[in-house]
Design a protein around this ligand. Structure first.
Ligand code: SAM
Length: 176
């Protein structure tokens, strides 16, 4: 199972982007997200999506005040920690390592500058290409590489709304 740790969430500046990190996590197969800090409005908007589009029992959201404690206890319990950073080893050269890991993964994404501590205490520092982009794209592509595209077939049994794919226009059905 994969969980995401979103570092350095600033309620005013990052609301939209942290929401997108959470939506990417849910849509592409992660089991939950830990968010550093506290932000009730953010929680509300993610819960809204879970309520309408499903995943309430599948996808967990938790705020953490001390992410280093989470990282340490994750490793103590046998999990592996992956920090996504443009300075790391390109994912294309590390995929075979991940194919062999069965432990739960904690995938860290930052906001502005990530403290050096995370570079030294993560099991892997992984780049999604060695160019700067964003935590949203980095997480999406990382999950896609790990799940080899299978995450694109995800669906949630508790969804109130389901999209019927169409070449043109929109079709959404309400589930009973
Ligand atoms: N300048 C920041 C730094 O020194 O780490 C990065 C800021 S970037 C807007 C925010 C987050 O996006 C990073 O912490 C990292 O998790 C992710 N990110 C951006 N580009 C990446 C890349 N090429 N590979 C992996 N992660 C990346």
């Amino acid at each position: 199972d994969i969980y995401v740790l979103r570092l350095g969430h600033r309620p005013f500046r990052d609301k939209r982007i942290t929401t997108h990190v959470a939506l990417v996590a849910r849509a592409f197969g992660a089991r939950g997200i830990f968010i550093e800090g506290e932000d009730n409005q953010l929680l509300k908007s993610i819960y809204n999506v879970l309520d309408q589009w499903g995943g309430k029992s599948y996808f967990n959201i938790e705020f953490v005040s001390n992410p280093k404690t989470l990282v340490k206890s994750w490793k103590e319990r046998g999990g592996k920690v992956v920090h996504l950073t443009m300075y790391g080893i390109n994912i294309i050269n590390k995929l075979s390592d991940f194919d062999q890991i069965n432990s739960p993964l904690l995938v860290i994404v930052g906001s502005e500058k990530v403290e050096g501590w995370y570079y030294y205490n993560s099991d892997y520092n992984i780049a999604v290409g060695n160019q700067p982009h964003s935590e949203v794209s980095a997480l999406a592509i990382f999950l896609d590489r790990i799940y080899k595209g299978e995450e694109l077939n995800i669906s949630f049994s508790d969804a109130k709304l389901t999209i019927i794919p169409k070449e043109r226009g929109k079709k959404v059905v309400k589930n009973e």
